[in-house]
Design a protein around this ligand. Sequence first.
Ligand code: AMP
Length: 435
Amino acid sequence: MNHKEKPKEKKPDAFHAPKGMHDILPVDEPYWEKIENAARSIGRSYGFGRIEPPVLEDAALYNKTSGEESDVVAKEMYTLRTKGDDLLALRPEYTPGVCRAYLEHGMSRLAPPQRLSYFGPVFRHDRPQLGRYREFTQIGFEVIGGQNDPIYDAEIITLSINLLAEVKLKDPTLKINSIGCRVCRPNYKRQLQNYYRQHVGELCEDCVRRLETNPLKLLDCKQPQCQPFKDRAPNFLDKLCSACKAHFRATLEYLEEVGITYEVDARLVRGLDYYNRTVFEIFADGKEAELGALGGGGRYDYLMEIIGGHATPALGVALGAERLIAALRAKEISLAARPVKKVFLAHAGTLAKKNAFALREELRRSGIMVAEALAKDSLGAQLKVADKEGVALALILGQREAYEKSVIMRDLSAGTQESVLLEKIVEEIKKRLKV
Ligand code: AMP
């Protein structure tokens, strides 16, 4: 090495977002805005009020409700031990936290049912792949309390389909099933176990365990080797008790009443322990179905009891915002562009720079979006930025204008300019831009 050459500095490793997590950037803003606005307006139109439980909850809340055997708890939950030795979990789903809050705030005393909606981050330590992140955003709606009436099952599904239509995701596929209740489920589980026990040597490891701990989940297995057994498994819909059958039939009839088409899928059980009766998932049409379900939900009439409340009819849905956005992008659904800045503000000289700073505030208050390069002192350099911004008008404040309390307004496409009094500038810009 030549003695004049400096030894190469070792660069520290660049930081990256954690695996499976992502940044939301300004270019993504129109999509998020669209989805947030749709969620808010649909929620309001059905009478939902916002609830946002903390991101961290007692980990035991999920063990008890979602189920120790569920993938969400057994494999995917992020937990942390606090300095006070509490075991907390980053929420792997919202429903248990919403129910905890419902009980904690005595919401059962309010007019039933309570309609609660949320929009926020959820964490699952899953294998990242298309449409599957470790941090993602759920938009959810829960209807808690009141009667165990199938009209609410149909309402929550209708709301979900309407939310998709609102963001122009038309013709989604709705898959729906009933997984019974405390009366009919034990009997079906036994039949399922008897059937699967004949094939135990051919099942995947998880299914062998599920066979004893949670046989319904056998129908949820995605392993290719287990598919033929799933296909031939006894059908729960044939074994539902008469009350569950009537509930399911009425749900479908209400959906038909509002023109919603559905596919009954007897293998749909959903991954969580607390569901009963209606369960459903919604997929995008066409090849965007590959993203996985856009949303899913169901009834959870026993959940409140599990966490110390009274038996409370309840149901809900959660949709994945990132999957909705991926479907919008894949379908090239056009959105309103981000608002463009129409005016460029430039200055020349120290006093003019101060005045420009104040003028920018005034323009902003008047609803005029301003592009600028106020930190550059050369007027030429500032106007180069104006070119890049593609604005229609440039406002130039020089020393003379600063003393005269005026501003030069230059029409960048026509190449003409005029001097306008500062007190008239907002009015003049609005006239020019027709805003
Ligand atoms: P789930 O209750 O697990 O069915 O989740 C409800 C919705 O959240 C799904 O239909 C997806 O749209 C979305 N979702 C679930 N898991 C993920 C994930 N790992 N990454 C992105 N979105 C997800």
